[in-house]
Design a protein around this ligand. Structure first.
Ligand SMILES: CC(C)(COP(=O)(O)OP(=O)(O)OC[C@H]1O[C@@H](n2cnc3c(N)ncnc32)[C@H](O)[C@@H]1OP(=O)(O)O)[C@@H](O)C(=O)NCCC(=O)NCCS
Length: 427
């Protein structure tokens, strides 16, 4: 029998709106903090870690393999390799899946997986003409030759080019794609705002009750170390339906329903989990918070409904786990947009979608939107792209521990029409 993969412990930094508390930190800084504290809190011997796998969506040009940089920057033995994965918003799920595969094969028994993102620190590129001029100048043998390389540069070439959250195939941003889904699935503005309100209220209640103490670390901000960040700074405990209803649509200003209030915000943060083989965890006296029972990734045509990937991944993960949706007690769905969550739920419950898109005779099952994301989701907590999957896996495991339910589910939609589903279980 292959080894079960134990999630020994999970931890994240607080999440901060990009450009605010963590504006001067990089994804690497945040990743190092999460991993160092995870090692500290779990009590694991750093020498027993055999690999670090990290998700990161917008890599630094200077240190693109963030996983290895984390090893080198956290005092872990330099003999530990590390690699970085990119699967858009499901990157940390992919990191966890890859790490767990190593354990199941018996190639490793202790791996740290997670993800990190700084949307405050995105690479700003020059236009191709400007970049060519720089390269030409660096090769010029005299000052005249170096200056000559800039002869063809025009004023428009000086404009910086920041990465867009747009699909290269469809040209649509995530927000525009979610807007299309809201329209095609007739998800009302009110339903979206209600869902966003639920996210904020639950995140605020979970924070004030101390529910996140086990999974959110404290960050003391360098370089002066005089600011202590203990909680996420995006949660709006006092938001109301009336305030949400007043916000203007962002992605289709005239006819749209998606606003800053019912979207996940641009966020900085990192999250990590410590994975071990069940045998090793138990032999070492660890008490895992959960086990990864199965996972699946799937994809749909980005020209259809971009953020429906979870609908395609979920039935595969359930089949692999040998259970049905009815067996699941705790459900966490990543909230890219309220319209996306409500669209995913609509399609999961639809017989027509099952028959036409999934090749199945029965729908996956009904999910009550008020029963999911009990401690809030990405709309309120924030969504550092590379990190979210690890945040949610930890939250589900801790919730299984708290309630005694047996099975938990994580779904994450991702750019490119992709989706992730993970089934977790308690003991
Ligand atoms: C939607 C988006 C463009 C909004 O960005 P933004 O304009 O910087 O958002 P802000 O936080 O400044 O909010 C805009 C306004 O709405 C208000 N607001 C936002 N959420 C609110 C809430 N829950 N209740 C009340 N007001 C709210 C803000 O106070 C702000 O008001 P102000 O202009 O008077 O200051 C940005 O968050 C975004 O691009 N999100 C999507 C990210 C994405 O595509 N992710 C990929 C998904 S997988």
């Amino acid at each position: 029998m292959p080894s079960r993969v134990a999630i020994v412990r999970g931890l994240r930094t607080p999440f901060a709106k990009s450009g605010t508390l963590f504006a001067r930190l990089t994804a690497l800084d945040l990743g190092k903090m999460a991993v160092a504290e995870l090692i500290e809190r779990s009590g694991i011997d750093p020498k027993s870690v055999q690999e670090v796998v990290f998700g990161n969506v917008i890599p630094s040009v200077k240190a693109p393999n963030i996983a290895r940089e984390i090893v080198l920057g956290t005092g872990l033995p330099r003999s530990i390799p590390g690699y970085t994965v990119g699967k858009a918003c499901a990157s940390a799920n992919q990191a966890i899946a890859a790490a767990s595969d190593m354990i199941v094969r018996g190639y490793a028994d202790t791996v740290i997986a997670g993800g990190s993102e700084s949307l405050s620190d995105v690479p700003i590129l020059f236009s191709r003409n400007m970049a060519d001029a720089f390269v030409g100048a660096s090769k010029g043998k005299s000052v005249v030759a170096k200056l000559g390389a800039f002869k063809k540069v025009r004023p428009k070439d000086l404009l910086p080019d920041a990465p867009a959250i747009a699909e290269s195939t469809t040209g649509l941003t995530m927000g525009e794609s979610a807007e299309k889904m809201a329209k095609e699935n007739r998800i009302s503005r009110e339903a979206q705002d209600r869902f966003a309100l639920q996210s904020h209220k639950r995140a605020a209640a979970a924070t004030s009750s101390g529910r996140f103490k086990d999974e959110v670390m404290t960050v003391v901000l360098p370089p002066s170390f005089d600011t202590v960040v203990e909680t996420d700074n995006l949660i709006r405990a006092d938001t109301t339906l009336e305030q949400l209803a007043k916000l203007k649509p962002v992605f289709d200003r005239k006819y749209g329903t998606i606003t800053a209030g019912n979207s996940s915000p641009l966020t900085d943060g990192a999250a990590a989990v410590l994975l071990m083989s069940e045998e090793k965890a138990k032999a070492e006296g660890f008490k895992p918070i959960g086990y990864l029972k199965s996972y699946a990734f799937a994809a749909t045509d980005p020209f259809d409904q971009l953020l429906q990937g979870p609908v395609f991944a979920l039935p595969i993960a359930l089949e692999r786990a040998g259970i049905t949706l009815k067996d699941i007690g705790v459900i966490e769905m990543h909230e890219a947009f309220a319209a996306q969550v409500l669209s995913n739920i609509q399609w999961m419950g639809s017989k027509k979608i099952a028959e036409e898109k999934l090749g199945r005779s029965e729908p996956i099952g009904d999910i009550d939107p008020t029963s999911i994301n009990r401690t809030g989701g990405s709309i309120a907590l924030g969504h550092p792209f590379g990190a979210t999957g690890a945040r949610i896996v930890t939250t589900v495991c801790n919730e299984l521990q708290r309630t005694g339910e047996q099975y938990g589910l994580v779904t994450v939609c991702a750019a490119g029409g992709m989706g992730a589903a993970m089934i977790l279980e308690r003991e």
